[in-house]
Design a protein around this ligand. Structure first.
Ligand code: SF4
Ligand code: SF4
Length: 331
């Protein structure tokens, strides 16, 4: 027997969680037609559909675009520094794409390595992730090339699979998932399904070997360099990209230390105070992104830093993102 829940019951659950003080992250449709993840406000209808490709990513619920780390105040010769209050609210993310959820355990070790990042970790502890298995991968999806699939359960506390438009099978994977759906499902002989696997685009192990041997390849000076405009959109919509910068804001007497997203695709990312820039052109910046994801990060944390979600290509105004670059390298 399986456990099922209806669309109506899911909406009731989201509303009940909100009423009980939890934050509820869902995909919603914006006026321009694009889908985004955002906190459910009870007004905008959540998108409960297995064919939605939000242009943003659930990493924002753990690692916000901008976040205050501490504040400082100066009065005469005395300076008071106050840590920002840690995140304490429970939050539940519904209908995350499986490749989004799979990104979270990949970036977990980064925030618990040489420094225990309590900002990330407190959100992680307080969050339950419910994915909705993909029904229709598009031409930019390549999860199968990095060892995942449309029904990947990595990072999820519970998975929904569509039975029909208004009914979903619920598979709880962790205690958090069980607790969330306890008493909310009914037993059924119906089971949910997911879409076909997207085609495998490259062999990840071979690609890694090739990347290690082709650091100085002229290919980086070619297509990626010519086409990429360095806008950084690929990093901002990527569920695994995690670079940030820390800046002081406010005044010398009353200010904050703020952490903001950054991207290795920005020229200023490696620009030294001397004026020297070790990554001189966009091709070298593209190389960094590919090398970091497929060579450097796996060497350090034993995970490819990419889930094949395709967000970067969907959002790239130059029809680039990572897959076209990987395909050129794989050839
Ligand atoms: S690959 Fe595309 S999205 Fe990424 S920086 Fe270049 S132009 Fe922007
Ligand atoms: S590099 Fe592109 S395909 Fe890979 S996880 Fe990031 S956005 Fe998704």
């Amino acid at each position: 027997m399986s456990r099922i829940i209806t669309r109506e019951q899911l909406l009731q659950l989201m509303n009940a969680l909100r009423a009980g003080g939890s934050l509820v992250g869902v995909p919603v449709r914006a006026d321009n037609g694009d889908a985004f993840y955002q906190y459910f406000d009870g007004q905008v209808e959540p998108l409960i559909a297995p064919t939605v490709f939000p242009v943003t990513t659930i990493k924002e619920f753990f690692f916000p675009k901008t976040e205050t780390l501490y504040t400082f105040k100066r009065e005469g010769a005395s300076v008071t520094v106050s840590d920002a209050v840690p995140f304490t609210k429970p939050q539940v993310i519904f209908c995350a794409r499986p490749c989004e959820a799979a990104a979270i355990p990949i970036i977990d070790p980064l925030f618990a390595w040489d420094y225990q990042d309590r900002f990330y970790q407190s959100r992680r502890e307080m969050t339950t992730i419910v994915t909705l298995a993909c029904a229709a991968p598009d031409k930019n999806c390549f999860c199968t090339s990095v060892g995942l699939s449309p029904d990947t359960t990595n990072g999820a506390d519970a998975v929904l699979l569509s039975v029909d438009n208004d009914t979903f099978e619920v598979r709880c994977l962790t205690e958090k998932g069980e607790k969330l759906f306890d008493g909310k499902t009914t037993e059924s002989d119906k089971t949910g399904s997911f879409g076909q696997n997207p085609p495998i685009q490259f062999d990840a192990a071979e690609l890694r070997e090739r990347l290690q041997k082709t650091f100085a390849s002229p290919l980086y000076a070619d297509e990626p360099s010519v086409r990429c405009v360095g806008c950084g959109a690929c990093a901002f919509v990527c569920p695994t990209c995690h670079c940030f910068d820390m800046v002081d804001t406010g005044s010398v007497n009353d200010g904050r230390k703020v952490r903001n997203w950054d991207s290795c695709q920005f020229k200023m990312f490696t620009h030294h105070a001397s004026g020297h820039n070790p990554r001189r052109d966009q091709g070298e910046r593209q190389r960094q992104r590919v090398q970091h994801k497929f060579v450097i990060y796996p060497e350090k944390f034993d995970h490819i830093l990419c889930t094949g979600c395709g967000n970067c290509t969907r959002s790239c105004i130059c029809e680039l993102g990572i897959l076209p670059v990987l395909k050129v390298i794989a050839k």
